[in-house]
Unconditional design. Structure first.
Length: 245
């Protein structure tokens, strides 16, 4: 489903965030990317949908190459790839409903997208997503009036509006309290198990990774240092992942 081959990202300041990493993700997997801040987790996810341009290497989605794709082809790839951000990335002054509807922008003509002129069926779909996530009563509120956990649910609803094949979740619970953290991770697991959407999720805590991931891929200094099931992630390996060296 997703294939990464010899992916390298070197930033202009010389920082080597990713160092020739390669791995495959099967359709329907829930893969947790584990690691410290600065390990390359966010860079990796952002390379997958080319919010960050790789320095070299190749990325394939459903057998089609994402790296090197032109604007029109990249637009099609991004329709299949829902992104969930650490800081939600909502438009604060817009309503909850409008923020969810922006997940359909990749399917609209330029003028309709510019005017936020969404078809009636998209509005109905967005309202249904909000109802599923317990936010039906919040549809008309400004996004910045919601709690952090509620805002992240809006972000999830927006991603689902794309009808994605894969969701990239970049530290989706790092800003949330424990109760909201469990709620958001449960939602992602439900989407994965009931809707068959592949999930690639960055996390910092091994406990969460072990609870939700089918597979854990650990990064350290831009390299893969573990790739396997949660049950094989022993304390020594965890200590290595989080050590400073």
């Amino acid at each position: 489903m997703l294939r990464i081959e010899n992916l390298v990202k070197t930033y202009p300041n010389g920082t080597k965030a990713l160092k020739e990493i390669s791995f495959d993700v099967k359709a329907g997997e829930f893969v947790v990317i584990l690691g410290n801040s600065g390990s390359g987790k966010s860079t990796l996810l952002r390379c997958v949908n080319r919010l960050v341009e790789p320095t070299s290497g190749q990325i394939f989605l459903d057998g089609n190459e994402v790296t090197g794709a032109g604007p029109r082809q990249l637009r099609r790839f991004r329709r299949k790839t829902g992104m969930i951000f650490q800081q939600y990335n909502l438009v604060a002054r817009m309503s909850v409903l409008t923020n969810v509807l922006t997940g359909r922008l990749g399917y609209l003509s330029s003028w309709r997208g510019w005017m936020n002129n969404f078809p009636a069926d998209s509005v109905m779909q967005a309202e249904a997503k909000l109802a599923e996530l317990g936010l039906k009563a919040k549809a008309g509120q400004r996004a910045d009036t919601l709690s952090g956990g509620q805002q992240q649910r809006v972000g999830i609803a927006r991603a689902l509006m794309q009808q994605p094949k894969i969701i990239l979740a970049d530290e989706p619970v790092s800003s949330l309290d424990p109760a909201a953290t469990i709620a958001i991770m449960d939602i992602l697991r439900t989407i994965n198990q009931k809707e068959g959407v592949t999930v690639l999720c960055n996390l910092h805590l091994p406990e969460l990774a072990g609870k939700y991931g089918d597979r854990i891929l650990a990064l350290k200094n831009g390299l893969i240092v573990y790739d396997g099931p949660p049950g094989d992630l022993d304390p020594t390996t965890i200590e290595n992942i989080y050590s400073i060296n």
